[in-house]
Design a protein around this ligand. Structure first.
Ligand code: ADP
Ligand code: MG
Length: 480
């Protein structure tokens, strides 16, 4: 491989800090991705694939080792540069990537450009083109809820391509889709690979998707090696595009996308999205939150017994797969003269497999706001969120966290928006009394929150947006 790699991971490790000690997710993994190359990462659940993907994209910082992106380590870049490079060069496609439910498909795709201050008309034109290219040209005005899972994923893919990124990082993009929708996504990614314009790193369990890759890697307990299949024999790429895409022409489903890769804009603009895709996904929950949980956990420790590995795995599965934890909504109180802006973030917990009872100790929640490149903790009213054990069912358990939005100018990335981090640390178990095997889960969510003290017009002006530009109250950034 003569061209310098686009991404190179050098002995990169990451340990999640949890109340009961570090969990090593990635352990001295090394790999290189060439420009335009398509690489699949395979491995069992829990082997560290998602974490590795986040490390490659500079979404989180390694505990040791380094990731070099386009010739420069992520850690050697100033925060603003990291965010700009991510916005321009990295397209993320995640199962949980989250289209904004209140926006039509077209608006979801063009939001990156609008937020970056581009002219709406030009951005809309390009967004329409991308939607056509993923086979959804006629559904541009549909809201996410009106689209199937596969169609939503295609909108997310169009959005990821909006900035013409150097690489698409995809985490199990077909894992939750039916066979036909999975094939459609696979076909689009295969065309993208053929175009050679964008490198693709895809984590997948899906053999058809793995087969389109130029190379397959195998992840096991945090380390990454060449996949045995590739060592033994090169995989034929002709099997890559399954015939069912043809089936889709029978009218029930939309036609498959044609010519995926759009022409580069004549202006040679590097990317539409400067600020929409920083997609920060830090992992380390603050010491305060951890200490708080520590105290709670310590009081239960007598009841905690060492159990078999299988039981531990079960707890882990419940904590990371059954339990959904996400920011549900953000509300801002009307601002009175002299009144401080008060915001309420609601975190929702939900049990995706309600037949298996799930109990959560905590969560301990912590809010921080970014100023001058640093995270400052702000006092938050946790509404008893940090105490007691609660049973999580199929219906959302909503936990409000109220905090005062500190005064000041917030123009870190997006004029008039505060970059807010919500850290959540919780202990998950299957018994209501907290006995039995427990698993600690630590998450961080990132949102952009409109400064409640500034008017919409003011914010439009600050960002050079058009008079009619939407000024959302908050914008969620996918975490991983
Ligand atoms: P994969 O994507 O291969 O399933 P992950 O990267 O999600 O693997 O997880 C690797 C390891 O890190 C697992 O042991 C998992 O339990 C742990 N882990 C993942 N996410 C978290 C988290 N938010 N908090 C604590 N541990 C985590
Ligand atoms: Mg994963």
């Amino acid at each position: 491989m003569s061209a310098p790699p686009l991404i190179e991971a050098r002995h990169v490790s990451l340990a999640y800090r949890t109340p009961r000690g570090p969990i090593t997710a990635v352990a001295a993994a090394s790999l290189a991705i060439a420009p335009g190359e398509c690489v699949a990462i395979l491995g069992r659940s829990g082997s560290g694939k998602s974490t590795l993907l986040a490390l490659l994209g500079g979404l989180c910082a390694p505990t040791s080792g380094e990731v070099v992106f386009a010739g420069r380590p992520w850690h050697a870049r100033p925060a603003r540069e990291v965010e700009a490079v991510r916005a321009r060069d990295i397209g993320l496609l995640l199962q949980d990537g989250g289209l904004l439910p209140g926006l039509r498909a077209l608006d979801n795709v063009l939001l990156p450009a609008v937020l970056a201050g581009r002219r709406r008309a030009a951005a809309a034109e390009r967004a329409e083109e991308l939607l056509r290219l993923v086979g959804l040209g006629d559904r541009w005005d549909a809201y996410p809820a009106e689209l199937s899972g596969g169609q939503q994923r295609r909108v997310a893919l169009a959005r990821a391509l909006a900035a013409e990124p150097a690489v698409i990082l995809a985490d199990e993009p077909t894992g939750d889709l039916d066979a036909l929708a999975a094939r459609e996504i696979t076909a689009i990614l295969a065309r993208l690979r053929d175009s050679g314009s964008t490198a693709i790193v895809v984590v997948t369990h899906d053999p058809a998707l793995a087969a389109i890759a130029d190379r397959r890697l195998w992840m096991e307990r945090g380390t990454c090696t060449e996949h045995l299949d590739d060592v033994k024999r090169p995989v034929s790429l002709s099997a890559a595009i399954p015939p069912a895409v043809e089936q889709a022409r029978d009218g029930v489903f939309e036609p498959p996308p044609v010519d995926l890769v759009p022409a580069r804009p004549a202006t040679g603009v590097a990317g539409l999205a400067r600020s929409w895709l920083p997609f920060l996904a830090g992992i380390v929950v603050s010491a305060a939150a951890v200490a708080l949980l520590d105290a709670v956990v310590a009081s239960r420790q007598g009841a905690v017994v060492e159990t078999a590995r299988a039981q531990r795995q079960l707890a882990e599965e419940m904590a990371l797969e059954d339990l959904r934890a996400d920011v549900d909504d953000v509300l801002v109180d009307d601002v009175l003269v002299d009144d401080a802006g008060l915001a309420t973030v609601t975190v929702a917990l939900q049990n995706y497999r309600p037949q298996r009872p799930l109990h959560v100790l905590g969560p301990a929640l912590e809010i921080a706001v970014q100023r001058d490149g640093r995270w400052e903790s702000v006092p938050a009213d946790l509404d008893e969120a940090a105490t007691g054990i609660r049973t999580i069912g199929a219906d959302k358990t909503i936990l409000p966290v109220r905090f005062e939005v500190p005064e000041g100018r917030y123009d870190e990335l997006l004029g008039g928006y505060l970059h807010v981090r919500i850290g959540a640390a919780m202990v998950v178990g299957d018994r209501p009394d907290g006995s039995g095997e427990l698993f600690e889960r630590a998450d961080a969510y990132y949102i952009y929150l409109r400064d409640p003290r500034r008017t919409e017009d003011d914010i439009r002006r600050a960002n050079g947006w058009g008079e009619k530009a939407t000024v959302p109250l908050w914008i969620a950034m996918p975490s991983h």
